[in-house]
Design a binder for this molecule. Structure first.
Ligand code: PLP
Length: 474
């Protein structure tokens, strides 16, 4: 989040401070909060101050809002800590780290069925957002070059995507001057169908975005239908429009649990795919991956060459410096788990998600939105209007420490308010049982007509907060 500055006052009046705590055991003077302290303090004191304040953060294990990994094995922690001081971009100094990144890219390209005989290329990124932005940038450049070669105008590029996209897609459009063409949802259909996308596509479409596991309901856009439609455009109109697949979450589930589902490079128009290592890739934040079907899909002009042991090392990223640890943690996971390990974990969390959704549906109070979901996500709406809403339930659950977002869907499904829970590896069957029973208790509490029902004002406040939370906590 972009942080706003506190209204600045004179240095003599440093604003709110940490009043001395621990009975002056650690601090003799107040510690200012918004002005850098004039003097140093002992390491233990600084640690205690930061540590204590963070107790007010939520408990990551109970965070059902986020897709991002909240648990890794101790051996993974060891790899992370042993390499935490290495800047990933220093290929000259850390050539083996760079080699390991390449191996991960190769493994993912094969996992996503990159065609034999082509040269798939890819890179690690800070997350899926950076990977999506880079992928779309490549498609914008390819479109521009094609148009220039044909002597056609290049001033009106557009990007076609469903209203189920993550906010980073719209961010790309705004930052890189591309018209967003957003195919609305329908009240009972929360993905982008090929037929609804068709009228939005024209010769200026740089790319069509399709999601493998949407942020909202965990469902899949029908990639095969979209691919067939674009092949038809290519044949009839000569427009070669690529598909970028946003597999931020689905990229580590579909290959293992649904190997026959065709969503990846098996489909001809799928030219690039992103996934988040830090979601179901099972590493901590921040790690994403971007893979191109073939080196021809990445325009040469976007590749920068940095000096590498006297030779040239190509890079394609937005940021220069970043940590190495998560790339290495990803490689650790690949070796440690193998395909069988990922399949086992993903099947297990999908079972836990089904268990939780069955428990909620059988109360008669909730309806599942995403019976066809790919991801271990439980998205439910209330069956009928009650004297309480999903926002009230979300609020009530927070008293037990659960972080369960409630929000309304994007247009034209904005009348639908849902509770959405992402089940991760450390969300055990036991926790699923506890959450189900806490949700039922919350409903019963409201149904008994207890006072203390959250007010309309706090409901609205909460609703807005959760909406932002959804985008932030993905
Ligand atoms: C479908 C989808 N795309 C993109 C993103 C953004 O990913 P990241 O947080 O890795 O940048 C998310 C985050 O949840 C997502 O669900």
């Amino acid at each position: 989040m972009l942080s706003k500055k506190t209204k600045l006052r004179s240095v003599k009046d440093p604003g709110v401070s940490h009043a001395s705590t621990y009975s002056k055991r650690y601090f003799r003077e107040d510690v200012p909060k918004h002005v850098m302290p004039e003097n140093s303090m002992p390491a233990r004191a600084a640690y205690q101050l930061v540590h204590d304040e963070l107790n007010l953060d939520g408990n990551p294990t109970l965070n059902m809002a986020s897709f991002v990994t909240t648990w890794m094995e101790p051996e993974a922690h060891q790899i992370v800590e042993e390499n935490i001081e290495k800047n990933f971009i220093d290929h000259d100094e850390y050539p083996q780290t760079e080699e390991i990144e390449k191996r991960c890219v190769d493994m993912l390209a094969r996992l996503y069925n990159a065609p034999i005989g082509k040269t798939a290329v890819g890179t690690s990124t800070v997350g899926s957002s950076e990977a999506i932005i880079l992928g779309l940038l490549a498609h914008k450049w390819s479109w521009k070059k094609r148009r220039q070669d044909e002597g056609k105008p290049i001033d009106k590029p557009n990007l076609v995507m469903g209203a189920d996209v993550h906010v980073c897609w719209e961010k790309f459009c705004r930052y890189f001057d591309v018209e967003p063409r957003i195919v609305p949802m329908e009240p009972d259909d929360y993905v982008m169908s090929a037929e609804r996308a068709r009228p939005f596509i024209d010769e200026n479409t740089i790319c069509v975005g399709a999601i493998c596991g949407t942020t909202f309901t965990g469902q899949n856009d029908p990639v095969r239908d979209i691919n067939d439609m674009l092949l038809e455009f290519r044949k009839n109109k000569g427009w070669d429009i690529p598909i970028h697949i946003d597999a931020a979450s689905g990229g580590f589930i579909a290959p293992f649990v649904y190997p026959d589902l065709e969503w990846d490079f098996r489909l001809e128009q799928v030219r690039s795919i992103n996934t988040s290592g830090h979601k179901f890739g099972l590493t901590y934040p921040g790690l994403g991956w971007l893979i191109f079907r073939d080196e021809d899909d990445l325009p040469e002009e976007l590749i920068f060459h940095v000096n590498y042991l006297g030779g040239e090392m190509p890079t394609f990223t937005l940021n220069f410096s970043r940590g190495s640890s998560m790339v290495l943690a990803q490689y650790y996971n690949f070796l440690r788990l193998g395909k069988a390990g990922y399949r086992h974990i993903m099947s297990n969390i999908i079972d836990n998600a089904r268990y939780l959704s069955d428990k909620l549906v059988e109360t008669g109070r909730f309806e599942l939105l995403n019976g066809t979901q790919l991801l271990p996500i439980v998205a439910v709406k209330q069956v009928k209007k009650e004297n309480y809403t999903v926002f009230d339930i979300s609020r009530k659950l927070s008293e037990r420490g659960w972080i369960v977002p409630a929000y309304t869907l994007p247009p034209n499904a904005q009348e639908t308010a849902i509770l959405r829970m992402v089940c991760k590896e450390n969300f055990s069957r036991d926790l699923a049982e506890l959450l189900a029973s806490d949700i039922i208790d919350a409903c019963e509490w409201f149904e008994r007509g207890k006072t203390g029902k959250v007010t309309e004002l706090s409901r609205r406040h909460h609703h807005q907060g959760e909406h932002q939370h959804l985008h932030r906590a993905c």
